[in-house]
Design a protein around this ligand. Sequence first.
Ligand SMILES: [Zn+2]
Length: 310
Amino acid sequence: MNKKQKLFLVAVAVACSVILAGLTYGALTGESEGEAGTTIVATFYPLAYVAESIGGEKVSVHALIPPNTETHTWAPSTADILQAQDADILLYNGAGLEPWFEEDILPALDVGQRIVVDTTEGLTLLPGGESESYDPHTWLSPYMLRMQAEKVLSALVESDPANATYYSERWTSLDEALASLDASYNDTLSSSTKSAVFVSHAAYGYLADRYGFTQYGIIGLSADEEPSTSTIATLVEQMTESDTYVVFVDPVYRDDYASTLESSIEEQSGQEVTVLHLYLLVGSMDDLDLLGQMEQNLENLAVGLGASVA
Ligand SMILES: [Zn+2]
């Protein structure tokens, strides 16, 4: 190696470490060059999706709960808490979904400096199960999410009035998409020939309430339990009563969960069981974003409820 080559290598090494240091600093502080004006921290994917849809290039959005993670048992790290405290706007679902947000993040906030939005505040909530006052799964209903999204629009306009027109225009297309989904759910499911769905996790109460069906949850409101033998027995009884042998499982569950469930029900009922997906909408999946998953949920619900697809 001659002197020139050596010098070149040293120069490359220095350049690399400078770039690495920059990247590390950027990753730690969450800052990068050219980052958009308003920073938004949302507790989870649906609200981050809404914030990005309305905020477009004027915002940078971070979701605390990683995509497709079990929402009920998640807890923030110190870094998450610090990042939340830096945001201009904080969005949470409310209705009891994120107790850690109210316990660990809100009390430490300098609230005067930022806008905190409980996106279900003032909305009509359904009662929850044994451990919860309310059913927190509002975002699964296009009707409810539309009202939650409207609060995100208000927060953006309040935080950055100079871009109010930009936000309002983008809001209009999200609003139309959610309104049209609500109408499709209504039209399609009004032709249902069955009245019950059997779901792995009882997260579809707001759909059931609005579009007129009953959900039977296999493991209740929390998604981190395995169904017991007695749960399966009760389930089979209910399925026989409603003559419905379709089970809905969110694809975040392991595949063996679905197949164990399927075979246990088949064994006890003597009927062939169909397992279909119903997304919890907690991250993009199968190349589908939130709105795409809402559409797919409707298609699968229509199958389970024996509705004719328009
Ligand atoms: Zn849930």
